[in-house]
Design a protein around this ligand. Structure first.
Ligand code: FAD
Length: 592
């Protein structure tokens, strides 16, 4: 069965050498000294390796069960959830007013990667609760916050997000779930939601569902959608639980992966709901936490890639097949370990350089979210909002690809279940779909985010790249291997944006046919920027006499690989974008 070890040293490198978190002037970052974050990450790593990873494969095999209207999670999940609650992990970055520990989001994201890498299906139970917590925290009344948040922070009550219906996923304006206003200010919610993650289970005493519904008589389409808090059990004024609230589970889905997370059909039958935020502004309320939720899914894609990579490395060092073409490395054995073969190396380097670059991109984006929430930085808000579909779409598309590559290292032994590699692939696959399918992330990026505020935020990104290159152009250690490839990638990205500006207005298909390529071009450029910055950080550490020279040298070598072997993809993406929509849209629908 696969193992998992938290990549504490790599995370520490990003937090401290790259982002310099404790020296940053964001409120709460002064607590993030290396000793402190190291201790938190080590402790999270222990929970991940000792508690969560051991029930990952068994949870996949056993799955959730649904009997007599009740959902049961696999063996060991209840006990593990107890460990998470007792350790205070569920409220790590939550507001202390409601029992949270007030740690910055960047640390919460780093810890999230560790838990998710060990067991994605399990981690979703409190991950979704965090999403619901954030929405209530941002939009709830004082009374709603006092009533629901403390128990959600501690995960005595868990949360869900109910958007999808059978006939509407991306196009939420088609929603049919209804909310009927009542004389006491509450609403009666009636309708059916599908695919609701953690919709029901046996890990908590109550479930606080956040449900999108249309208030009778409101505007048509997406403008008529409002958000409601619908508890499974009514919460009385004294905080104790009252009657069941007409919320039931229709069924749970059989699915490709994340078997241990219950994906439920939820039926609301005149259930009491409380408006969250304003009437008809449900999407706005959802979107304030969408950045976080989408960054969270990007984190999941990356986490599965890291976990799969770790196991591929172990196997590649152990599996004996063939001989090193340059001379035997294991002359006394029947064959050499497969890690000697250049194609296996290429595969592992692809994974390693993506995972480490992706982690830097993820945590940098998380630190921008902290800047928004803790320092009210409007520029950071614009930048992270632009970047969010890239974090979600690129890290999950590539994260999934990397789990497949890790599986490939095992040959046929990766395809059978014994080594657990197929679970990484199956679990990673959903990250490309939920929280907005990746095609829709690309659409959001090109169709909306690029043009926001007259393109100000994408210009800010180009400026970031430009100023980094300018500040470091005299640095010979960076120039050829890092700055030149970054400059080329940034040029490709700008040329693609220019193509959209010149052609997208005439025919929007020209922009949208290139949206997926643009998201990937953008993602690669971001990782190129991260690697260039990490190379600078590694050189700085080496120059300062860091004792762990091997660690920093390895960073530099891994970064060079990314710049040489991943980053040239920007040229291919640009060529595809510039070919426009003609070949994409040439056939009539009947020709397919
Ligand atoms: C395991 C699992 C867990 C989930 N958890 C939750 C949850 O907790 N809460 C919840 O509310 N939902 C949840 N979902 C639903 C998920 O978010 C949706 O499945 C997803 O948003 C896509 O919606 P859809 O399936 O209806 O696909 P559709 O909207 O029908 O889209 C089908 C395809 O068409 C593409 N497409 C659609 N419109 C456009 C467009 N305008 N331009 C370009 N491409 C387009 C999409 O990219 C996609 O590839 C979950 C789904 C699964 C499978």
């Amino acid at each position: 069965m696969p193992s998992y070890t938290a990549p504490v040293k790599d995370i520490q490198f990003v937090l401290h050498d790259l982002l310099g978190v404790s020296a940053s002037n964001i409120q709460g970052y002064d607590e993030l000294e290396a000793d402190f974050t190291g201790a938190v990450l080590e402790e999270a790593g222990k929970v991940a390796s000792d508690v969560l990873a051991p029930i990952n494969a068994s949870g996949d095999i056993e799955g959730c069960t649904f009997e007599d209207g009740l959902v049961t999670t696999p063996k060991g999940f209840k006990e593990a959830f107890g460990v998470m609650k007792e350790g205070g992990w569920t409220g790590l970055d939550c507001d202390p007013e409601y029992g949270g520990q007030n740690m910055p989001y960047v640390l919460g994201t780093a810890v999230g990667e560790i838990f998710s890498g060990a067991n994605q299906a399990f981690t979703m139970y409190h991950g979704l609760t965090h999403g619901a917590y954030s929405a209530i925290h941002a939009h709830g009344t004082t009374e709603q916050k006092a009533k629901f948040l403390p128990k959600m922070v501690s995960c005595e009550w868990t949360g869900t997000m109910n958007l999808t219906e059978s006939h509407c996923g991306t196009d939420l304006g088609l929603m049919r779930t209804k909310a009927n206003p009542q004389s006491d200010g509450s609403y009666k919610i009636t309708g059916e939601k599908i695919f609701i993650s953690a919709g029901d289970h046996d890990l908590s005493d109550n479930t606080i569902h956040l449900v999108l519904a249309k208030i009778a008589g409101g505007p048509d389409g997406i403008k008529g959608v409002s958000l409601f808090i619908v508890p499974k059990y009514i919460v009385k004024d004294d905080g104790s639980l009252g009657a069941a609230n007409g919320v039931s589970v229709g069924s749970i889905e059989e699915k490709m992966g994340i078997h241990a997370n219950a994906t439920c059909v939820m039926v609301y039958n005149d259930s009491v709901g409380y408006l969250l935020g304003e009437e008809h502004k449900g999407m706005r309320a959802m979107f304030t936490m969408m950045n976080e939720a989408r960054v969270g899914v990007g984190m999941q894609g990356l986490a599965q890639a890291e976990a799969a990579y770790q196991n591929a490395v172990i196997y590649a060092k152990d599996r004996l097949q063939g001989r090193d073409v340059t001379g035997a490395k294991n002359p006394d054995g029947p064959a050499d370990p497969i890690i000697v073969h250049p194609d296996v190396r290429r595969n592992l380097m692809d994974q390693k350089s993506f995972v480490e670059g992706g982690r830097a991109f993820l945590l940098w984006s998380a630190s921008l979210i902290d800047q928004v929430h803790r320092a009210g930085d409007a520029d950071a808000d614009g930048l992270v909002s632009l970047m969010t579909p890239v974090v979600k779409g690129f890290l999950t598309d590539k994260g999934f690809d990397m789990t497949v590559q890790a599986q490939q290292v095992f040959g046929g032994h990766g395809y059978i279940e014994e080594h657990g590699m197929s679970q990484f692939v199956r679990d990673a696959r959903i990250t490309q779909i939920y929280e907005g399918a990746n095609g829709v992330q690309a659409l959001d990026l090109v169709g909306r985010k690029l043009a926001v505020d007259g393109g100000k935020h994408v210009m800010a990104f180009f400026d970031l790249v430009k100023s980094f290159i300018k500040e470091n152009e005299g640095d010979e250690a960076l120039k050829a291997d890092f700055l030149e490839p970054l400059k080329q990638a940034s040029k490709d990205l700008q040329a693609a944006a220019m193509y959209f500006m010149q052609n997208g207005m005439k025919d929007p298909n020209h922009a949208l046919a290139g949206s997926n390529d643009f998201m990937h071009l953008f993602g690669h450029t971001c990782l190129g920027l991260m690697w260039a910055r990490m190379a600078k950080a590694a050189n700085t550490a080496l120059a300062a006499g860091a004792s762990d020279t091997a660690f920093y040298e390895t960073k530099l070598t891994t970064g060079r690989y990314y710049m040489a072997r991943h980053l040239p993809a920007t040229g291919m993406h640009l060529a595809r974008i510039q070919s426009g929509a003609d070949t994409v849209m040439a056939l009539d629908a009947e020709a397919f």
